[in-house]
Design a protein around this ligand. Structure first.
Ligand SMILES: C[S@@+](CC[C@H](N)C(=O)[O-])C[C@H]1O[C@@H](n2cnc3c(N)ncnc32)[C@H](O)[C@@H]1O
Length: 282
């Protein structure tokens, strides 16, 4: 397999905020999207493809400990919101707020960088698959710390481990995009301070939350355009990358070349990818 793309043309990952967007410059879109991705364009099918995975939910529940009240920042359609705690969701995008199930609390329209709550208002805070999109990572995390008396829990990806996923062979531009967006867990830990634990979360087989690596053992599923749209990284690469990906992966699946290299993943119980749970206790 050959790639017309030159890896040297992709900007190096930022070492400051982890975001490719300079701090505080992400412009709100028509639906209020406050991060680097435009959810008015890509958000509509989110809930179809990004259903919370029960095994990841269990790890989050464990990290939240005995907290009774929780603020969920960048809450989106409500994934990973516990139903047995008092949850206050915060979500800037109207497209995402509109997808919240009716049995969850409606989300407050706000961004992480300016949370409309008093100091120590919540027992715990959660941010899942969102910090890499914020215009100002440091401000957002400091706000989470400010409004939370107990653990701040961040579900995110380690940019240094993204290339473990076979997608790097087919769409290195997508991996490079993600590497430039995701902040290093150590950077998140440094900003949040206190007693910080970084847990590596293996991605479970059949993961129902369709972030890229969830498809580690089901490559055919990523040929679905909707599955790719539900991963914001694909919105930063041109359509030619998607077209080449579908063409080359499709051909390798048909010829058996993908299975010869990665077929063992079809039966694997889990994949040690880039998923990390960062728990900062004051
Ligand atoms: C990939 S979705 C994750 C949603 C949800 N937390 C989940 O796990 O499914 C990222 C979310 O972060 C939100 N977001 C982006 N920038 C934000 C910011 N500056 N403050 C708060 N939320 C933001 C987006 O609007 C979007 O709903």
């Amino acid at each position: 397999m050959t790639h017309p793309w030159d890896p040297a043309s992709v900007p190096a990952p930022s070492t400051s905020t982890g975001s490719s967007i300079p701090a505080g410059t992400a412009a709100p879109r028509g639906d209020g999207s406050a991060g680097d991705a435009d959810y008015s364009a890509i958000g509509a099918g989110y809930r179809t493809y990004r259903r919370p995975d029960p095994r990841i939910a269990e790890a989050i529940e464990d990290a939240l400990g005995t907290a009774r009240t929780l603020v969920n920042v960048g809450a989106g359609a409500g994934s990973y919101e516990p139903t047995d705690r008092e949850v206050t969701p915060v979500e800037p995008s109207a497209t995402m707020r509109a997808q919240r199930p009716s049995d969850l609390a409606p989300a407050i329209e706000a961004g992480a960088e300016d949370l409309p709550f008093a100091d120590g208002a919540f027992d715990a805070a959660l941010a899942s698959f969102t910090v890499h999109q914020w215009g100002d990572l440091e401000k957002g995390l400091r706000e989470m710390r400010r409004v939370t008396a107990g653990p701040v829990v961040v579900l995110s990806c380690d940019p240094a481990a993204l290339d473990r996923f076979w997608l790097a062979e087919y769409a290195p531009e997508v991996i490079a995009t993600e590497a430039s967006r995701y902040p290093a867990p150590a950077r998140i830990a440094e900003i949040l301070g206190g007693d910080v634990e970084v847990r590596e979360l293996p991605i479970p087989r059949g993961c129902t939350d369709g972030f890229g690596e969830a498809y580690f053992g089901r490559p055919e599923a990523l040929l679905d355009a909707g599955a790719r749209t539900a991963n914001s990284a694909w919105s930063f690469v041109g359509p030619e990358v998607s077209e080449r990906f579908v063409r080359e992966l499709g051909a390798d699946l048909e010829s058996g070349a993908w299975d010869a290299r990665h077929g063992h993943l079809r039966e694997a119980e889990a994949f040690d990818g880039s998923l990390r749970l960062i728990i900062a206790r004051p």
